[in-house]
Design a protein around this ligand. Sequence first.
Ligand SMILES: CCCCCCCC/C=C\CCCCCCC/C=C/C(=O)SCCNC(=O)CCNC(=O)[C@H](O)C(C)(C)COP(=O)(O)OP(=O)(O)OC[C@H]1O[C@@H](n2cnc3c(N)ncnc32)[C@H](O)[C@@H]1OP(=O)(O)O
Ligand code: FAD
Length: 581
Amino acid sequence: MRKLAEHNIPLREASITQVHSVLRDGNPLIVHTSMFANALASLANPKQQQQWVPLAEKNRIIGTYAQTEIGHGTFVRGLETTAIFDPETKEFVLHSPTITSTKWWPGGLGKTANAAIVMAQLYTQGKCYGPHPFFVQLRDFDTHHSLPGVILGEIGPRLGINSQDNGYLRFDHYRIPRTNMLMRHSQVLEDGSYVKPIHNKLSYGTMVWTRVAIVHSCSKKLACAVTIATRYSAVRHQSELVPGKPEPQILEYQTQQYKLLPHIASVFAILFSASSVLRMQRNVAASISKGNVELLPELHILSCAMKALSSQDSTQGIETCRLACGGHGYIASSGLPSLYTSTTCTITYEGENTVLLLQVARYLIKSYRAGLEGLPVLPSVMYLTAPSAMHQSPPLSNQALIEAFRISSANLVKETESRLCRQFNLEQNFHYAWNRCSVALVHCAELHSRYYMCEKFLSTVESIRASDRVRSVLQDLCRLYLIHHITLNQGHFLRSGTLSGVDLSTLEEEMYELLAKLRPQAVPLVDAFDFRDELLGSTLGAWDGRVYERLYEEAQKSPLNKTDVSKAYHKYLQPLMKSNL
Ligand SMILES: CCCCCCCC/C=C\CCCCCCC/C=C/C(=O)SCCNC(=O)CCNC(=O)[C@H](O)C(C)(C)COP(=O)(O)OP(=O)(O)OC[C@H]1O[C@@H](n2cnc3c(N)ncnc32)[C@H](O)[C@@H]1OP(=O)(O)O
Ligand SMILES: Cc1cc2nc3c(=O)[nH]c(=O)nc-3n(C[C@H](O)[C@H](O)[C@H](O)COP(=O)(O)OP(=O)(O)OC[C@H]3O[C@@H](n4cnc5c(N)ncnc54)[C@H](O)[C@@H]3O)c2cc1C
């Protein structure tokens, strides 16, 4: 925090620099510097910002974002915490009526935060207006004791991020001033009348912002993992490639190249997509401040799509990197286990991936139907009903592969929509029919999202300012990425008729050649991510390649090595050995 102040970095950008750089196993301030800061910036009105932002900047207020309850995470409309306006006192009364209404999970809530943005069902003049955000003080700003009417604590150890305190929170008729409702988009006036926002999902804005931030952080996490595994694969020698010859670097094995190079490519694909969504988010934020919400649905869908894909890709990629390091990938000092545990949670938080992909699918089906009816649809989904341009590009060129993605995605949406119609005719109920088609719908969303990511990778590489040699490496990497994902999804391409079995064999051959061609670039590529050793925190991935020395040195730090004979020997082992059991 001192460094942030020294470098004049505003609070809401702090999480960018903090990710993984301070505490590897989670950071109790991350929700304060990310979601809490963003909620104040985007959901509070100017007067409220003047009141709270300076205090948050100085860390007098340390906040969290308390939305999820034990009973409901995904279904935000189902939250049970109530905020009932009392016109007599001009206060909201916050209450947790049931066990299932207990807030559960918020980062930093257990012990660190003294305030929270709480999402609660807003009631005024006897009517419920759905979940709204409120600024709520939870602890005394001097003593840090929880305030009367606030019951909170920590939820216990998790798979990872245990340096963070995730918390629970209940309210017992806890009163806050009316002016603590975040009132930038909707308001409750003194007489209790409700003023609607210009779009009823604006209060979900902090989730959208965080999903975009997660895409960025996933590319960084995956970049750390591929750096560790690639450097290690250049140091590690094992087995014989040719009988009787010296043991090669494991990076010489094609299977090892196949494990690592597509994930190095994936770092770029995720990063370029993140930049594109970030640009869109900035545009949408600027439009919203002028009262225009036209592009909000597009941003919501794109952020859902990219958050889902990047969290899934980076988690799988990190696990593959860990496995690619053999036994040493399992040791904590490799840095890979904590990278995995602090990344796999991105699949769940900020919208569980399946649920987000179903949001994307809903948008695809609606846009497809609108397109068929000649109604206007937004740019990213116009292709669903636009005519094919397949014949215009040379066969199997990058452009042709992108077109194959586009047509296969459009084809899958078309097929799934027909299935949905058939199912609807059987069920006579849209929601049941939707559920019976939801596996196919998730596949639609995944293919559409992959198409977007491939397209962003290619268009960025084509327009990037770089030397010819650097560009050529990036082009190879991009080509590898496209082919890799086509081979993983080959069924869709065969079904749409965009690629034949022969095309797929040709592409597969090319992929193997690309692995060999890119092998000498693997270490320079990860070195170019430019992570300091302190940040990687890995015995396997340090710049100098002293893997074995570092493993040995790290082992010396094990508390069990402080004495030759451990206490447990005297207490348990020796009695056992003497007991003749
Ligand atoms: C150099 C770079 C360095 C990189 C560093 C990067 C820095 C990264 C830093 C930090 C990373 C951040 C770490 C922070 C830690 C995070 C900790 C975790 C926090 C949390 O998890 S908070 C809780 C999050 N909870 C959720 O996400 C809940 C998920 N559920 C929902 O969002 C929704 O309820 C829903 C999407 C499931 C929708 O539910 P439902 O179908 O019931 O729909 P309705 O709510 O009725 O909506 C109908 C209608 O509205 C549209 N809709 C929904 N949401 C939105 C939205 N947000 N915006 C716009 N529109 C929305 C929906 O699509 C429907 O539209 P249509 O009717 O179809 O038109
Ligand atoms: C490490 C971590 C940190 C977190 N930090 C915070 C925080 O700071 N603040 C906060 O408010 N929350 C936080 N959360 C909570 C998080 O946002 C929720 O866990 C997440 O949104 C998923 O909701 P859920 O747990 O209710 O899962 P559920 O929705 O119960 O999901 C369980 C299963 O049901 C499926 N499912 C649910 N609904 C549907 C549907 N409509 N269609 C198909 N399948 C469905 C899901 O796909 C999943 O397979 C955190 C969670 C974790 C793990």
